[in-house]
Write a protein that binds this ligand. Structure first.
Ligand code: NOJ
Length: 570
């Protein structure tokens, strides 16, 4: 099989996630927008990416910053107009950058006209578009919780019934058992596909259906208990136990019957268009279906969700997933997004952060599958912990602060630190474009929607790094470029190599024409690596520690601390 001819754009492209509120502010109001994004398309092109995944850009009351949509066919006015969106799409396409939108299927905003109608009376034609139930006496319909805290049920005084919400109460779940809901949502999907967008990242696919009998979870824990158990967990074992408890409480609320048929329905719509892609916000391999009838990709979140990357973790992760993904399915790897710690902070150790960031990038680009970058990681943006609760924007920060103060008895200083650490504001601060006030994101006299991380003044900004050949930004550009020029890295097979050295990871990526050896030293010491399986003659394609082009003996290597090295085998 000649993969070169058959590979799809979404298999070979590096995808870059834009969080529109924080990416680039074109009109100087402290909020990112389409004018800003359009002005940065050349920057993205120079980075070598082939597609943008745009976090939710739709009109929204912004309780959950776009993930509470009030109109599936529009653009949030603070981000621009539909015409500006079209301009963005056209300008991106002109540069061979594909555009993947976010699509939130599970829920709408409570301000969406559908919900406003639905809640207005028991016999409103849209009543059944959402999930309404009677309470048990003055208790909610069952004992389920919202994953964002508190009950999953909100009593609506107009009709005296409760509606179900897996996320915030401002995000009522749609009733996907209602055929009109399917029709309305599929028509929104077609609206964007007809316009020419290249696919969707599907938000929270796992939570679309609920256990049909609404059975009790039967657990003694409240959502506040779960927060506290997880927050107090110190050892890996305690953290694992906390996760197990969460799963037993929520098991009726995700991955329920019906969801795979629904994904098949959506896939058949998308397959009616040329070359579009569906990426699920889930790590569950079952969403690949038979490899060609559900989602094209799901995220490999388990790779990202460890505190420290080790060769053992990476290789067990790869062994587990690559063998399970059905033929036709394609892996998708990432180290960060708008819901989680920034990778520079998460995987850094405070001493070797710069080296670790480079190593992770090479790993991400060398693993089999499509790499997804999160905006700002290319300049080493770090988590920024906001120090005043009044500046919190994510309701999860605020929720955490309340629990810290009222339930865990933390001091105000501890409470603000822990809630900032656990909330999502920390990874959503504005992009740092230069070293002027506000990191060049917006004018000096404007307050950005979230504070800018002050480390913009210490070199963590685009303009300074563009000028510095040794910067992380230039490293990203070179590494992405090498990947894009190397067929074996784009679609070669993956073979793990035994190294007898627990600090070293080695694998091959191979097409019929090309073999690339990827080796990584995960330690702060030099490591000698013997690889009997590979031939002798080779040269360095790309390395964090040595110039490309040098001849090396691949079977007997000496790796610098934290070196990541790609070697072309002759
Ligand atoms: C996942 C999104 O990434 C997150 O930001 C959002 O809060 C939830 N889904 C609910 O839509």
């Amino acid at each position: 099989m000649n993969m070169m001819n058959e590979a799809k754009w979404w298999q070979t492209a590096v995808i870059y996630q834009i969080y529109p509120r924080s990416f680039a502010d074109g009109n100087g109001d402290g909020i990112g927008d389409f004018a800003g994004i359009i002005s940065k398309l050349d920057y993205l092109k120079a980075l070598g990416i082939g597609a943008v995944w745009l976090s939710s850009h739709y009109p929204s009351p912004q309780v959950d910053y776009g993930y509470d949509i009030s109109d599936y066919r529009g653009v949030a006015p603070e981000y621009g107009t539909l015409d500006q969106f079209k301009e963005f799409l056209e300008q991106a396409h002109r540069r061979d950058i594909r555009v993947i939108l976010d699509m939130v299927l599970n829920h709408t905003s409570d301000k969406h006209p559908w919900f406003v109608e639905s809640r207005s009376s028991l016999d409103n034609p849209k009543r059944d578009w959402y999930i309404w139930k009677k309470g048990r006496g003055n208790q909610p319909p069952n004992d389920w919780y919202s994953t964002f805290g508190g009950r999953a049920w909100e009593l609506d005084p107009t009709t005296g019934e409760y509606y179900y919400h897996y996320f915030f109460k401002e995000q009522p779940d749609l009733n996907w058992n209602n055929p009109e809901v399917r029709q309305a949502m599929w028509s929104a999907v077609r609206f964007w596909l007809d316009m020419g967008v290249d696919g969707f990242r599907l938000d929270a696919v796992g939570t679309i259906f609920e256990e049909p009998s609404w059975a009790s979870h039967g657990q003694p824990y409240t959502s506040e208990d779960l927060y506290c158990i997880e927050r107090l967990a110190k050892t890996d074992q305690e953290k694992q136990d906390a996760l197990c408890k969460w799963e037993t409480v929520f098991h009726n609320q995700y991955d329920q019957p019906g969801v795979h048929e629904l994904m098949q329905e959506l896939r058949s719509i998308v397959d009616g268009y040329k070359d579009r892609v569906l990426i699920g916000e889930t790590d569950d391999i079952s969403y690949y279906g038979h490899g060609d009838d559900e989602l094209h990709m799901v995220f490999n979140f388990p790779l990202m969700r460890v505190n420290h990357l080790t060769p053992h973790h990476v290789l067990t992760n790869q062994q587990g997933r690559l063998s399970q993904i059905p033929v036709g399915g394609w892996p998708c790897n990432t180290f960060g997004n708008h819901d989680t710690s920034r990778s520079y902070s998460h995987f850094g150790d405070g001493v070797h952060d710069a080296a670790l960031a480079r190593q992770q990038l090479v790993l991400l680009l060398a693993l089999k599958g499509t790499p997804v970058l999160y905006n700002g990681e290319e300049i080493g943006m770090t988590d920024y912990l906001i120090r005043a609760p009044s500046l919190f924007r994510d309701p999860l920060n605020t929720y955490g602060y309340r629990l810290e103060m009222e339930v865990l008895g933390s001091s105000p200083e501890q409470a603000v630190w822990y809630s900032a650490e656990r909330g999502r504001d920390k990874c959503r601060t504005p992009l740092q474009w230069d070293h002027t006030a506000n990191g060049g994101f917006c004018p000096a006299d404007i307050t950005p929607w979230l504070p800018v991380n002050p480390n913009y003044a210490e070199g963590v900004n685009v303009a300074d790094q563009e000028k510095d050949p040794g910067s992380l930004l230039n490293f990203y550009r070179q590494a992405v470029n090498v990947r894009q020029q190397t067929p074996a890295l784009l679609y070669g097979n993956y073979t793990l190599l035994e190294t007898e050295n627990s600090d070293v990871l080695a694998f091959l990526r191979e097409t019929q024409e090309q073999s690339v050896l990827a080796v990584f030293n995960f330690s702060e010491r030099r490591q000698a690596v013997k690889l009997s399986q590979v031939g002798k003659f080779s040269h360095v394609l790309f390395s964090t520690s040595q110039p490309g082009g040098d001849r090396v003996t691949a079977s007997c290597l000496s790796l610098q601390p934290y070196e990541a090295c790609l070697i072309l085998l002759d």
